[in-house]
Design a protein around this ligand. Structure first.
Ligand SMILES: [Zn+2]
Length: 1037
């Protein structure tokens, strides 16, 4: 049940408060930058040496790092050699520059270096020769990645850079040169990190041509419809991110400059520049000098560039020099100011990306649907575990280190060849394995955490061995088939929700005891007999309602098998049209077709039908969606079976061997949506054609005027118009379908402005989607293809498991309502949150432990509340996690301006009595990436925070709770243990709290002297400066 009541401790404020939104420029950051002088009257050519290091693609992340494989092709390159050889080459000549991008690689490398190399690295960053740029764990995809995970993976990268290299390693520029299209939300996030600019790469070929001809490759991107100050300087290269043919000096590519060809090389380069200078308004050109995995023998690259630069020394037109993107952006911005140049403004995004008239990169929006879903599960577990680790630290236990693998795995999964599904199959398997083991690691301390939070007298010595049963989607879970088991349901949302727990079982009778006594339940047959799965599958599903889960809280349920009950609802065959649901929410299935024919939401009924369709294809690939047919062919539907339960009514259809579906409506007052639980797989080729399977929801008598709305990374909605682009002229005739596909990270909607009505479909993973006909919403579910699309991955997307085409299972949530009535948009926002962050359901077997209900009741409370009250419906705690010796908190306003008359207003949250376990004693505001304090960042004694629509505010705080816990690191020595423990021995790097922690801070009486002794967080954020004696890692000890 959603809580719509505004609690008394929180005040909805209707007038607008002043908002701090621009990060302070750190005073000394200018000194980290070292730009070569520009020459007035010449064209300044910024050579930017870089290496594009994919965090997995044709090889796994680890193989790329180590250089596994032979040395004949670039993908066999090893990143460790790139860093080592570049450091040497930079040290050799101080005018050389290089940028380091992917922090996942940097960190792995750092752990293997000796002190001297680390010191060299720090020196090179401090003197501006080596610039840390972007700084995220990976260069994330911008279509399928969710904003929560994007923010997380940047934050983690920033934190590693600050802790290893120090303040000069704080990235100032976004570098997204390879993702397949660019999202506006990603630009907005970069702006909120305090970035001074963003370099993008792949945009539609027509847009690129237009920008060249009207000199708008440098432009101003208005990255938000809601936030003030959202304008971000954005730029792109004239061509691709790679060096020009003939100037590819890398050992992998072989060009060289010799005495005999120097003049030719200089003249040839000048010729290229003659063309490129016409594309820009200022007298600056940025030239990429690198490619994928280049600079393994960096001296070769630099030696040749040295010669090229020297060759231009007295050139009349061009001043050629080593540079970095931040130096380029600074130069351009200075000139723009001086000459009052007006740069073009952009307001939408760069989707879909077409590299030519027959190559729309819209297939990857859906490719590898199960990996895309698994990534979301990873996010959900990570958020829950971070919250629980926060509460457990207050209770004197420090388990934060268990989240390390999952933070990093999630960073890797965001990479533009990971979540996109454009990697080789064995690399996709490796990503899944990485995430799976990280989730298991993160869950290790959960027994201790949960029993401590629920323990009646402290922490009972109970090892409940909780696990989250990741295979419930294929009806596999060992614990739920035991005689007695405990179910813990943790709500990661900051408002109360009701969650319907669904567990695979093999019997009918249960007694479920929760915090409010005995709970009712339903038992249904499973959707599908997953007989091919080589595991213990269950044939039935137990459903019960975990009602009113407290915000950031936990409820515990004790489940015992009993003799057969009357709860089991065997399926009946449909014999006539039938209404499912309650008076408020439901749907009618048409007996003749077997399809849904109408839907009722909040008492309003509309004719809505749903069908599955297929596109045939011969030339789609992991990246591209190239349908052979101009329109999709419908799959004949079939009449199904049904069961009516006390919580939920279900309609089951086995349409054919490829498509099975349950259509559901839950019966709670606020369950104002219809759920479509689809299972699609083992797609069969049609003759020589591959198959791309979609579902389409169509509402009758609906005029959306060829427009629809898709979300940007799960956040702001962007208006799309069929067969239209805002920035360039667009001929849709050759691509009527694929050219209208957009990424749907979490929601797609249509509006009938005349009849003031809207419909939306939310999904549980990123997919491609569109609206091709009036009233319709289409989403692609799965793809099985016959050939590679020639864009590098070199493999056909043809996922298999258990000897057949891979099945994917997922859910869509359909809802609609008046555009005028308040609450429709807000409901969609809340539902999207509940889909993204559904409760963490943990199970533990108690049948063999002698842990009877009475015993558990004696030891544990069945409920824990994390917040004193629900936050207002429009506010969400985006992040709550232990942060070294402090805590990180992000609050967000989840509505856009104008979405709701009331809930789109600014909202104020009182932090004073927010948490049940502790009070916040000291709190400072940072930029979004938590690596920079804002001006006037101290939140006053009142500790209230006001949020504007769509605003995220980030804080680091301390508490009056028990801060004196210890972690598992008992040897207490800070020496070079990293070399023994490899990546896992991370407490040594103070990424997590040390054994010796300062006593709780008392800010009201703390003097300057005590501040030094106590080492509070403000010093700790950026204290790793130049190492004094090579013992850089001891700075904070
Ligand atoms: Zn790449």
């Amino acid at each position: 049940m959603r809580n719509y009541i505004v609690p008394t401790v929180l005040i909805l404020v209707l007038n607008s408060f002043s908002v701090k939104s621009s990060p302070v420029k750190p005073k000394n950051l200018e000194t980290c930058q070292s730009c070569h002088p520009l020459v007035d009257g010449k064209i300044n050519v910024h050579l930017v040496p870089h290496s594009h290091d994919d965090v997995g693609w044709l090889k796994t992340f680890s193989q790329y790092y180590y250089g596994t494989g032979d040395f004949t092709t670039y993908e066999n390159a090893g990143v460790q050699y790139i860093l080592n050889s570049t450091i040497k080459a930079l040290k050799a000549k101080p005018d050389r520059r290089f940028i380091q991008v992917e922090t996942a690689f940097f960190w792995k490398w750092w752990l293997h270096q000796d002190e001297a190399t680390k010191q060299d690295t720090i020196d090179l960053v401090n003197n501006g020769q080596l610039e840390m740029i972007n700084g995220a764990w990976s260069m994330n995809d911008e279509a399928a990645a969710h904003y929560q995970s994007i923010i997380d993976q940047f934050t983690w990268g920033f934190r590693i850079l600050a802790k290893t290299v120090g303040e000069c390693a704080r990235p100032k520029i976004g570098w997204q040169i390879d993702p397949f299209g660019h999202s506006r939300e990603h630009g907005s996030i970069c702006k909120q990190f305090g970035f001074e600019g963003l370099v993008v790469g792949r945009i539609d070929y027509r847009d690129k041509a237009r920008r060249k001809s009207n000199q708008s490759l440098d432009f101003i991107w208005k990255t938000s419809n809601n936030l003030n100050n959202s304008e971000l300087f954005t730029t792109m290269f004239p061509d691709f991110y790679v060096d020009e043919p003939g100037y590819r000096f890398d050992v992998l590519h072989g060009n060289t400059i010799e005495d005999s060809n120097l003049n030719d090389k200089v003249n040839g380069f000048a010729k290229i520049l003659d063309t490129y200078r016409k594309y820009y308004q200022t007298s600056n050109i940025m030239m990429p000098m690198g490619n994928d995995f280049t600079y393994q023998v960096a001296e070769r690259n630099f030696k040749n560039m040295d010669k090229l630069i020297k060759g231009f020394q007295n050139h009349q037109t061009y001043n050629v020099f080593y540079s970095t993107p931040s130096c380029y952006i600074k130069a351009v911005q200075d000139e723009v100011r001086q000459k009052s140049i007006v740069l073009e403004e952009k307001t939408d995004d760069f989707f879909p990306y077409a590299s030519n008239s027959n190559s729309y990169w819209t297939g990857y929006f859906t490719s590898r649907p199960t990996l895309k879903r698994f990534e979301r599960i990873g996010n959900k577990v990570l958020q829950s575990v971070k919250q629980l680790a926060t509460f457990s630290r207050i209770k004197d236990q420090d388990h934060d280190i268990y989240t390390l693998d999952l933070r990093q795995a999630m960073g890797v999964l965001q990479h533009h060849d990971a979540i996109t599904g454009t990697e080789k199959q064995f690399v996709a398997n490796d990503y899944a394995k990485l995430l799976d083991s990280a989730i298991k690691k993160a869950e290790e301390p959960l027994s201790e955490i949960i029993t401590t939070l629920l323990g009646k007298n402290g922490s009972p010595n109970l090892n409940l061995n909780f696990s989250s049963c990741l295979l419930t989607n294929i009806t596999v879970c060992d614990n739920s088939q035991k005689e007695r088991f405990v179910v813990v349901v943790q709500n990661p949302l900051s408002r109360s929700v009701t969650h319907y727990v669904r567990l695979p079982v093999n019997s009918d009778g249960f007694k479920i005891t929760g915090p409010d006594g005995e709970e009712s339940f339903d038992v249904f047959e499973s959707i599908h007999k997953f007989d091919y799965v080589r595991a213990k599958i269950a044939s039935k599903e137990l459903v019960f309602a975990a009602r009113n889960l407290p915000p950031l809280g936990v409820k515990l349920y004790y489940v015992e098998k009993t003799s057969l009950s009357k709860r089991f609802k065997p399926f009946k065959k449909l014999t006539e049209d039938l209404y499912f649901g309650t008076k408020s929410n439901g749907f009618i299935v048409d007996y003749a077709s077997g399809k849904v024919k109408s839907v009722t939401i909040k008492g309003i009924t509309r004719q809505v039908n749903q069908e599955f369709l297929t596109y045939r294809t011969t030339s789609s690939g992991a990246y591209l969606f190239r349908p052979y047919d101009k329109a999709a062919a419908p799959i004949a539907s079939k009449v199904g079976t049904y069961a009516l339960g006390s919580f939920v009514d279900e309609y089951h259809q086995v349409i054919n061997t490829e498509v099975t579906q349950i259509t559901r409506v839950y019966k709670g007052e606020n369950d104002a949506y219809i759920e479509f639980d689809w299972l699609v797989g083992n797609l069969q080729y049609i003759d020589s054609y591959g198959k791309e399977l979609v579902t389409r929801y169509t509402i009758q008598d609906f005029n959306n005027n060829e427009t629809f709305y898709t979300d940007s990374n799960g956040r702001e909605m962007i208006k799309r118009q069929l067969n239209h682009r805002n920035d360039y002229s667009y001929d849709p005739s050759s691509s009527p379908v694929t050219g209208n596909y957009y990424p749907v990270t979490s929601k797609i909607g249509i509006k009938d402005e005349t009849n003031k009505f809207q419909m939306a479909v939310l999904n549980d993973r990123a997919q491609g989607g569109t609206s091709l006909t009036e009233g319709s919403i289409e989403l692609m579910l799965h793809r099985r293809l016959t050939q590679d699309d020639g864009l590098g991955v070199g493999e056909t997307l043809n996922e298999k498991q258990y000897g057949q085409g891979l099945y994917a299972r997922g859910r869509h949530f359909l809802t609609f309502g008046s555009t005028e009535a308040n609450g429709t948009a807000a409901f969609e926002r809340n539902l999207a949150e509940e889909v993204l962050l559904s409760p963490l359901v943990l199970l533990a077997d108690v049948s063999t432990e002698g842990l009877t209900l009475e015993k558990i009741q004696g030891l544990l409370e069945f409920k824990f509340e994390g917040l004193t009250a629900s936050l207002p419906q429009n506010v969400h705690i985006l992040t709550l996690e232990p942060w070294i010796d402090s805590y990180l908190l992000r609050l967000e306003h989840i509505l856009e301006r104008g979405e709701d008359e009331e809930l789109s207003k600014p909202v104020t949250v009182d932090l004073n009595k927010l948490f049940t376990l502790f009070s916040i004693t000291k709190i400072r505001e940072t930029s979004l990436g938590a690596n920079e304090f804002l001006e006037d960042s101290e939140v006053g004694v009142t500790k209230t925070v006001t949020l504007e629509p769509m605003q995220i505010r980030t804080f680091i705080f301390e508490t009056d709770g028990n801060n004196s816990g210890g972690n598992d690191d008992s040897d207490g020595d800070d020496d070079d243990d990293y070399s023994k423990g490899g990546d896992t021995n991370l407490a040594k790097y103070e990424l997590f709290r040390q054994t010796r922690v300062p006593p709780p801070l008392r800010p009201s009486i703390r003097t300057g002297r005590e501040r030094q002794v106590g080492k509070p967080y403000q010093e700790k954020l950026f204290t790793l400066q130049k190492a004094q004696s090579g013992r850089w890692h001891k700075m904070d000890s």
